[in-house]
Ligand binder design. Structure first.
Ligand code: ZN
Length: 128
């Protein structure tokens, strides 16, 4: 009972040592045993999951802060005409926000900075 427990701890510490060496690049992929490879894959998957969760939380916080600060301020500023110019070098002019120069996904306001657009004229393509 106790011996099994000690053995499992010892095996885990060996796996950790192999994992650290693999991270440094001292052990190439083809020299790993199948169980070591499985341990490394499991650990890396868990790490990626943690990193992705942290990144998603940071993005959500950033978007929340932008939605309560940047967009209301942009909404209060005076409306500007839409800026038409090429974006992908395909000869087609796309509407852009005059304030932040991002693509305009809405006809009345910018989804990124909240700036309102004064007019939307697709026939002349000038936005004036
Ligand atoms: Zn904008």
């Amino acid at each position: 009972m106790i011996k099994q427990y000690v053995d499992s701890i010892r095996r885990e510490s060996q796996y950790k040592r192999v994992f650290r060496k693999w991270l440094k690049g001292e052990i190439p992929d083809n020299q790993l045993r199948a169980d070591q490879r499985a341990y490394i894959q499991k650990t890396m998957k868990a790490r990626m999951k943690r990193i992705k969760r942290r990144f998603r939380r940071q993005v959500e916080l950033h978007m929340f802060l932008r939605n309560i600060t940047v967009k209301p301020i942009g909404r209060l500023l005076r409306p500007l005409p839409v800026n038409w110019h090429e974006d992908f070098a395909d000869g087609i002019s796309y509407p852009h926000c005059p304030a932040c120069d991002e693509l305009a996904y809405q006809k009345d306001h910018c989804v990124f900075c909240g700036r309102r657009f004064s007019q939307w004229d697709t026939i002349t393509g000038s936005g004036k």
